[in-house]
Design a protein around this ligand. Structure first.
Ligand code: DC
Length: 229
């Protein structure tokens, strides 16, 4: 049976990573959260004061990219592939509101995208991979065996994200989350380099009224169909 490349794209906070993680565990595939790579670069830029978008700062930012190494290491305790920036575990820091507010601007810089896509394509796909993001089916792996596009109403997404952040003990306002989600969708869909689009061969799943189990069942059926074809 061929191991598949599964691309999961979609709007902000649609639960892409939870679904991708669950599918990867079920099928023994590798799971890569490409959004966390853009978040890692954003964190690096915040820490190095590179985020005033003047031309000279952007070129300094791009030069500084050479100092960055991004890796994933599997944590046996929580069963999560955690992200490391220059050997430092930044899994928690990349979820902060500060990073969320700035990441879409950073992700719109073509030179940054070029580096991230290069890194994403070095992944060994032989054992099967589930990658989630915004341009996985359109740019990173246009040859993916299964392309999914997740969406949900903005209010459902904001509520889920709010509850997730409160559970993590983070102090956030619901209104800030609604603004952030809508703003990121707008920036991600309107940027000129590889905007968020629905590929012609992608299957759209609106999960506003679906549980994680409902989604896994539906997608598992699509995967089994691929195996039997
Ligand atoms: O999936 P996420 O919300 O953690 O992604 C953070 C941001 O990174 C998102 O607003 C857009 C950007 N991104 C991207 O442009 N391309 C990807 N493949 C993944 C994320």
């Amino acid at each position: 049976m061929k191991n598949l490349t599964i691309a999961i794209d979609g709007h902000a906070s649609t639960g892409k990573s939870s679904i991708a993680k669950a599918l990867a565990t079920k099928y023994g595939y590798l799971y890569i959260n490409s959004g966390s790579m853009y978040r890692a670069v954003t964190l690096f830029a915040i820490e190095n004061n590179l985020l005033t978008m003047t031309k000279s700062n952007i070129s300094l930012f791009i030069k500084k990219l050479r100092e960055i190494s991004i890796n994933f290491k599997f944590n046996d305790h929580n069963l999560i592939s955690e992200i490391y920036l220059n050997s430092r575990n930044i899994e928690n820091e990349i979820g902060s509101m500060k990073v969320s507010e700035l990441v879409s601007e950073v992700a719109a810089i073509p030179e940054i995208r070029k580096e991230m896509v290069k890194l994403q394509r070095t992944i060994d796909r032989d054992k099967g991979v589930v990658m989630d993001g915004r341009d996985i089916g359109s740019v990173v792996f246009p040859d993916a065996d299964l392309k999914l596009f997740l969406t949900a109403s903005a209010s459902v997404r904001a509520k889920r994200r709010f509850e997730e952040m409160i559970k993590k003990g983070l102090k956030v306002s619901y209104d800030d989350i609604v603004y952030n989600i809508n703003n990121r969708d707008m920036l991600d869909s309107t940027r000129s380099d590889s905007p968020l689009i629905i590929e012609k061969d992608a299957i759209v799943i609106d999960n506003s009224n679906m549980s994680i189990d409902d989604q896994i069942n539906k997608i598992s059926q699509l995967i089994e169909d691929k195996f039997s074809n």
